[in-house]
Design a protein around this ligand. Structure first.
Ligand code: FES
Length: 103
C-alpha cells in the first residue's frame, strides 16, 4: 500500500469537488462543512462520473439525474434511497501539507 497525494490542504474549501485518477481508480475529492471525503467517482444510480457534482449541506448531488447522496452515510435522498447502493468512500490520509489516499 502506498500513499498517493491528491491535493494541497491549503486548496481545500467547502464545495471543493475535483476528480483524480490514481493507480487505475477514478476518485473524487470533495469537502463540505470542513470535512474532506474521498469517493469512488461513480454514481450509485447509473455509474456516471460525478466530476461536476454539487457539494453542499452534507450532500453531493449527481449532475446527471440530480440524486443527492449523504456524504456521511452514503445513502441517497428521496424515494430511490431504499433501492440504490450507497456512495463508495475511501479513507483519506494526510502527509505533510497534502491530503491523499493509501492504495
Ligand atoms: S447517474 Fe447519478 S443520479 Fe443518475
Amino acid at each position: 500500500m502506498a500513499y498517493h497525494p491528491l491535493e494541497q490542504l491549503i486548496n481545500l474549501h467547502d464545495g471543493y469537488c475535483r476528480p483524480f485518477q490514481v493507480a487505475g481508480h477514478a476518485l473524487l475529492l470533495v469537502q463540505d462543512e470542513g470535512r474532506p471525503y474521498v469517493l469512488v467517482n461513480r454514481c450509485p444510480h447509473m455509474d456516471a462520473r460525478m466530476d461536476r457534482a454539487q457539494v453542499m449541506d452534507n450532500h453531493i448531488r449527481c449532475p446527471v439525474h440530480g440524486i443527492a447522496f449523504n456524504l456521511v452515510t452514503g445513502v441517497a435522498q428521496g424515494p430511490l434511497a431504499h433501492c440504490l447502493k450507497q456512495l463508495e468512500k475511501l479513507p483519506h490520509a494526510f502527509e505533510g501539507t497534502t491530503i491523499g489516499v493509501d492504495l
